[in-house]
Ligand binder design. Structure first.
Ligand SMILES: C[S@@+](CC[C@H](N)C(=O)[O-])C[C@H]1O[C@@H](n2cnc3c(N)ncnc32)[C@H](O)[C@@H]1O
Ligand code: SF4
Ligand code: SF4
Length: 309
């Protein structure tokens, strides 16, 4: 059966995920990090610039994720990079996920916001003590550029436009009872209820996100820890060219008809119903009443025509 090519307008790209560093300082048993060794390198500022200039040319207003297959805080220049993205892409939403190890000095978290970060999800993989320590740190933080929102505390997202968010989420990712994905077969099956593969499901990643590894290669997806399905290379191509690369179009056309019988996708359990997910426990017992208060004051501010904080 022949499948139709699926061309897409790159200026409508929703998300750009960047492997800002090639490595992570941890090796969690549920994650492929370190299984397929790479030299420990940060993305060069030259490559960051190549990406930035192209996104700038279309006034990119989607999401920039800096944690693709890595620990983003390993990059020595992460503050400068966040600041550059913020200044040059004022309409973008800049976020990262982190294991929090590089935030022992919690002031560093404040600096990230001072440089223009919109959101960070800090995953605590060790213990309730680690979670509490970070909770305390986040609650005591007073960044120079103004207050942050703390999602665990308020449980509501800000009503401000997303490029103005300053949100921290701390996730308890330890203990048992989680439903983990298998990273397209790159880790042992993690689910409590194994599913038959390939799944008869589509997948929206190759339609919505561009995944760029630390070298500048564009990958099919964020599951590709071995760089197995490289659809383009930003060292020699533009983002516009890569977004309609023949290989990417071929994957899209298969996924449109729920066919995952292709390299990577055939072993991937992403999209199958997940019974349990790691949670975001509230940081304080008054969370319910605080969130009610917040909703009410925001409503009042809107009624009075004042911008909500
Ligand atoms: C690969 S990590 C990279 C960012 C950072 N090093 C961290 O751990 O937060 C990206 C995200 O995948 C999550 N993750 C890792 N292994 C997973 C698995 N097997 N199933 C579901 N999520 C997973 C992490 O908790 C994190 O939120
Ligand atoms: S889950 Fe995050 S912290 Fe753990 S090994 Fe993977 S990349 Fe590193
Ligand atoms: S099906 Fe899995 S491997 Fe294929 S693109 Fe989607 S997430 Fe990636």
């Amino acid at each position: 059966m022949t499948t139709p090519a699926v061309q897409m307008d790159w200026t409508k790209l929703e998300q750009v995920e960047i492997q800002i560093a090639s490595w992570c300082n941890r090796s969690c048993h549920f994650c492929p990090s370190g299984t397929f060794p790479t030299p420990k390198e940060g993305m060069t500022l030259e490559m960051v610039e190549r990406i930035m200039v192209q996104l700038e040319s279309v006034s990119f207003a989607g999401t920039i994720g800096l944690h693709l297959m890595c620990e983003p805080l390993m990059h020595k220049k992460i503050l400068e990079i966040v600041q550059q993205f913020r200044t040059r892409l004022p309409r973008a939403f800049i976020r990262m996920e982190s294991n929090g190890d590089a935030l022992k000095n919690i002031e560093r978290l404040g600096w990230l916001f001072d440089h223009g970060l919109n959101e960070i999800l800090i995953n605590c993989y060790d213990s309730p003590e680690q979670f509490q320590r970070l909770n305390r740190g986040v609650l005591g933080l007073r960044p120079a550029s103004g207050p942050i929102w703390y999602w665990n505390l308020w449980r509501h997202n800000p009503t401000l436009p997303k490029p103005q968010w300053r949100v921290v989420r701390v996730r308890a990712f330890f203990g048992t009872g989680f439903s983990l994905k298998n990273w397209a077969g790159h880790v042992e099956h993690q689910r409590p209820d194994p599913v038959a593969l390939p799944l008869k499901l589509g997948c929206d990643r190759p339609f919505a996100r561009m995944h760029i590894n630390y070298l500048g290669q564009v990958l099919l997806c964020n599951m590709d820890w071995k760089y197995e399905v490289v659809v383009g290379d930003l060292r020699i191509q533009t983002m516009a060219e890569v977004w309609n690369a023949p290989l990417l179009q071929e994957y899209r056309s298969h996924l449109l008809v729920k066919d995952r019988e292709m390299a990577l996708c055939r072993l991937c359990d992403s999209g199958a119903p997940a019974p349990v997910q790691p949670g975001y426990p509230p940081a304080d017992p008054w969370v319910f009443w605080r969130s009610r208060w917040l909703t009410w004051t925001r409503w009042l501010q809107r009624m009075l025509g004042r911008p909500a904080r």
